[in-house]
Design a protein around this ligand. Structure first.
Ligand SMILES: Nc1ncnc2c1ncn2[C@@H]1O[C@H](COP(=O)(O)OP(=O)(O)OP(=O)(O)O)[C@@H](O)[C@H]1O
Ligand SMILES: [Mg+2]
Length: 263
């Protein structure tokens, strides 16, 4: 019981520096962040503020110089490369800005491939692929290759593929970065539904409409995670910070487990 209530992700005092020819970039400066299971969290902030670096360290794609990352009670920052790879495979679904679908495979085959890699049998793969295409509203496009799909449709397939093996965590770095605002809103609405089904989602975004879909917005600036509710980008997302009837940005807007209908 207590295990269910503990934070799903615990980031403690994480720092990451990059050396370039004649200088050092402090990409993350002593960042701490706890994320409960099932919460949909958006990291915002100017270009170069450290969002991708933070997501990569949580995902085990990069390693912190200092600090620790715990996911689901396990200190993954201490894992070997091999353990991290295995942990990622079981635990994390990824959605990228540029969709990342294999161009010669259809929508269904792209999803099927990640099930196949995980060792799922053919009959289960077919059923799961059908379910996923339905979940993202693309049953009628299952045989289309990526170039026969719109950007929004490609990203839907990418979300379906990321969810194929039921990961408890979805990491989405700028998932709407290549989409127009209406299509981007549809992707965030889709992700909202995914979070409502219990998946913890962490996204980095420049999308000003993200507030309508996520539980918590946190802002990064120069490698630091600002206190809840603070920041230049955040103040644009909720224009009138002084209006007390508007939830403060960076605070939980509602319990993450309450289902919410997609608009
Ligand atoms: N591999 C690297 N080597 C050197 N510097 C790096 C490396 N990766 C990131 N940086 C630097 O670290 C800082 C943070 O980069 P990061 O990619 O995390 O920013 P970001 O907030 O994701 O930006 P954007 O919104 O443009 O995606 C930047 O100054 C960047 O130049
Ligand atoms: Mg980035």
């Amino acid at each position: 019981m207590s295990n269910l209530q503990q934070d799903f992700i615990r980031i403690n005092n994480v720092s990451r520096r990059f050396q370039s020819a004649d200088s050092e970039v402090v990409a993350l400066n002593n960042v701490s962040l706890d994320i409960p299971r099932g919460q949909f969290t958006a990291i915002v902030g100017r270009s170069g503020s450290g969002k991708t670096t933070l997501l990569n360290i949580i995902a085990g794609l990069d390693t912190a110089d200092e600090g620790s990352v715990d996911i689901d009670g396990q200190q993954v920052s201490n894992y070997s490369d091999r353990q991290q790879t295995e942990f990622r495979r079981r635990t994390i679904g990824f959605v990228f800005q540029s969709f990342g679908l294999l161009p010669l495979l259809s929508a269904a085959e792209n999803i099927d491939l990640s099930l196949r890699i995980a060792g799922t049998g053919m009959r289960d793969r077919q059923q799961r692929t059908r379910e996923l295409l339905e979940q993202v509203g693309l049953s009628h496009r299952s045989d289309h290759r990526p170039y026969e799909l719109s950007g929004g449709e490609q990203q839907r397939v990418a979300v379906a593929r990321a969810l194929a093996n039921n990961p408890p965590l979805l990491i989405a770095d700028e998932p709407t970065g290549e989409l127009d605002s209406t299509t981007g809103a549809q992707i965030f609405s889709l992700l909202r539904g995914v979070a409502d089904s219990g998946v913890t989602i962490l996204t980095a975004t420049h999308d000003p409409f993200v507030m309508e879909h996520v539980d918590v917005v946190r802002e990064m600036s120069d490698g630091r995670l600002l206190p809840q509710g603070e920041g230049i980008v955040t103040s644009r997302i909720i224009p009138d910070k002084r209006d007390k009837s508007v939830p403060r940005q960076g605070t939980a807007l509602r319990p993450p487990t309450v289902p919410r209908r997609a608009p």
